[in-house]
Design a protein around this ligand. Structure first.
Ligand code: HEM
Length: 212
């Protein structure tokens, strides 16, 4: 009941940036360069939601609120949704599907390739986000594949840092948040390795010991 309510609230909250854009578009509130406004807004929200998705596991472990795992998929899918809007804004509204124009732009602004790579890595994650995919791939393989989100986060921050011309404040903030979230995982991994190596070898190879 609590989870269903939280999911509904998050679903509605995650639509607010889109509603805000639609509202501004209808009331001439997108400023002098509406395409730039939409590109920046959708880019911002893609990165914010990628970082939010990455924060669920640490938050869940630290607070012992294990139900939080139930909202991770939805937030991840919203990150992909805003990524799709960001990409569509670029190829449609900005470049009118003009491949020649895009190639010229990519050559001039290599940060676009980095953003595109970050986006491409999100596709297998979105496609395998269902319970059926977890069963099909097996938990371990699924987890391995979903580590691609770390790369999406890193490339997203590089993309942002590279494109900013003057004030690096915001991309650095995002970079710090991402570093904390990734270092937390490294810390957990190191402590699990240590725990494993402190268990005597025969006890670690469970089945064989029992057989012997
Ligand atoms: C799909 C491929 C992508 C393309 C073609 C693309 C392209 C762009 C462009 C042209 C800009 C505006 C640059 C400027 O104003 O000079 C931008 C901004 C941005 N993009 Fe991307 N991007 C892509 C993917 C991504 C992804 C996956 C993320 C996040 C993980 C992301 C995050 C951002 C951010 C945070 C901004 C800056 C927003 C701001 O200035 O407030 N982009 N992108």
């Amino acid at each position: 009941m609590k989870l269903r309510f939280t999911k509904t609230a998050i679903f509605l909250a995650a639509l607010i940036p889109l509603e805000r854009l639609a509202w501004k578009a209808l009331h001439s509130g997108l400023g002098a360069n509406p395409i730039e406004f939409i590109t920046h807004s959708t880019g911002d929200w893609t990165l914010i939601l990628v970082l939010t998705t990455l924060s669920i596991t640490p938050l869940r472990r630290i607070t012992r609120q294990y139900w939080l795992i139930g909202i991770r998929r939805m937030i991840g899918l919203f990150a992909f949704f805003y990524g799709c809007l960001h990409f569509t804004t670029y190829i449609w509204l900005d470049k009118f599907f003009d491949v020649h124009e895009m190639a010229k732009d990519i050559a001039k602004r290599p940060f676009i390739t980095v953003g595109f790579s970050a986006f491409v890595l999100m596709i297998p994650l979105a496609l395998t986000s269902t319970a059926w995919s977890i069963r099909r791939l097996g938990g371990k393989n699924w987890q391995r594949l979903h580590r691609l989100i770390y790369l999406t986060g890193i490339l997203g921050v590089v993309h942002y840092t590279w494109l900013v011309k003057a004030d690096l404040h915001k991309p650095i903030e995002d970079g710090v948040v991402l570093s904390i979230l990734l270092l937390y995982r490294v810390g957990v991994w190191v402590s699990e390795k240590r725990k494993q190596s402190s268990i005597p070898a025969p006890a670690r190879s469970g089945v064989e010991v029992t057989k012997a």
